[in-house]
Design a protein around this ligand. Structure first.
Ligand SMILES: C[S@@+](CC[C@H](N)C(=O)[O-])C[C@H]1O[C@@H](n2cnc3c(N)ncnc32)[C@H](O)[C@@H]1O
Length: 338
């Protein structure tokens, strides 16, 4: 890992279980549960494309009803995203009225049926259309890589505001900043930061090869690959030999509060952070809203070189973002006197 003049750690370890309670009428689940809605692949009796020609508006109405009948969440948005995508637009509102009232070509109609049938199997719409917007970026999406959540855009805003304030002080304005993202998924956070800060470099890592591949692909598509290194690495397997004996011998590494994976990884990162960060380098984390007080307490007791700076709330008022900072190295008095 890079140890540059200014290093920032960013991670999103908040993994909501969003699989809405769903019903499947006569469907058989044959895949793993996913996020947002399940990305399980189901064998469903799929509606057949009606004979004769169909307009975009008719297709939207047809699929909204099918989704509703089958209990697919967000039936309106789902059909709109798919049809708009196939007509080359981000949203239905971006399309001229005539595009919606003219007949779809046979090929487009078949595509609408194919993609909507996938949605009917409860595949998240982001995987169905294979892309999703995050801030000002359009990212490629594919299962099983985590789909970036709107809340994570707030984390990026927070890091950007902090970094820009730092640059604006004149202190270290020319300092090359390096950001390390742990658990990059599709690359949303790193790529968004790189896009907004031309002087930033980033290292992104993930334990999942699928995530590493997707981040690399997204970096290439956005032409940001020159400032991003992507590594396939499990942070839990990072060398811990140099840790303080107090932590190694007496702390239970399994968990902060009994073994939840998110906290296990967070704890590992907080222990590694002072070894990687430069003085006053920061850690920004998006976590489960129950975790900030646990993290604060644990850091205060166990990681001497790291200060818990503050907890920030998300737009819905939930405590979601933790900010920590590496303490400035103490100056040696003896050396001062010499
Ligand atoms: C909640 S997702 C966040 C993905 C992305 N940062 C985002 O906000 O869209 C967490 C990511 O961390 C990765 N991850 C989990 N444990 C890890 C570990 N021990 N080492 C490296 N990556 C890990 C997962 O594979 C997953 O891609």
């Amino acid at each position: 890992m890079n140890n540059d003049a200014e290093t920032v750690f960013v991670l999103n370890m908040w993994r909501r279980s969003l699989s809405a309670s769903y019903r499947c009428f006569g469907c058989r689940s044959v895949g793993p549960k996913g996020v947002w809605s399940s990305h399980a692949v189901r064998t469903c009796s799929s509606p057949v494309l009606p004979a004769g020609r169909i307009t975009a508006l008719e297709a939207l109405d047809f699929w909204r009803r099918r989704f509703e009948e089958r209990g697919v969440i967000e039936p309106d948005q789902s059909s709109q995203h798919i049809v708009a995508h196939l007509l080359g637009a981000k949203t239905i509102e971006n399309l001229e009225r005539e595009r919606l009232t003219e007949f779809l070509s046979q090929e487009t109609a078949e595509q609408v049926w194919k993609l909507c049938t996938r949605r009917l199997s409860r595949m998240p719409v982001q995987y169905v259309i294979e892309e999703w917007d995050f801030r000002d970026l359009t990212l490629k999406m594919r299962p099983p890589v985590f789909i970036p959540r709107p809340e994570t855009e707030e984390l990026v805003e927070l890091v950007l505001t902090d970094l820009l304030m730092k640059l604006g002080t004149g202190v270290g304005a020319d300092t090359p900043h390096t950001c390390l993202e742990v658990g990059c998924g599709s690359g949303a956070i790193s790529l968004s930061l790189l896009k907004s800060l031309p002087q930033l470099k980033a290292v992104a890592l993930d334990q999942s090869q699928d995530a590493v591949d997707l981040t690399t692909e997204n970096a290439l598509r956005l032409k940001l690959q020159d400032r991003l290194q992507v590594h396939h690495l499990d942070i839990m397997k990072e060398d811990m030999a140099s840790l303080e004996p107090e932590i190694l011998r007496f702390e239970d590494h399994a968990a902060l509060d009994g073994g939840e994976d998110g906290l296990r990884v967070i704890k590992q990162i907080l222990v590694l952070a002072p070894q990687i960060l430069s003085d006053q380098g920061r850690v920004y984390m998006e976590v489960d809203p129950r975790h900030p007080p646990l993290i604060r307490r644990w850091v205060e007791v166990n990681v001497g070189d790291l200060q818990y700076v503050e907890t920030r709330h998300d737009i819905t008022g939930r405590p979601r973002f933790c900010i920590l900072q590496k303490a400035k190295a103490k100056r040696d008095h003896k050396l001062d006197l010499d």
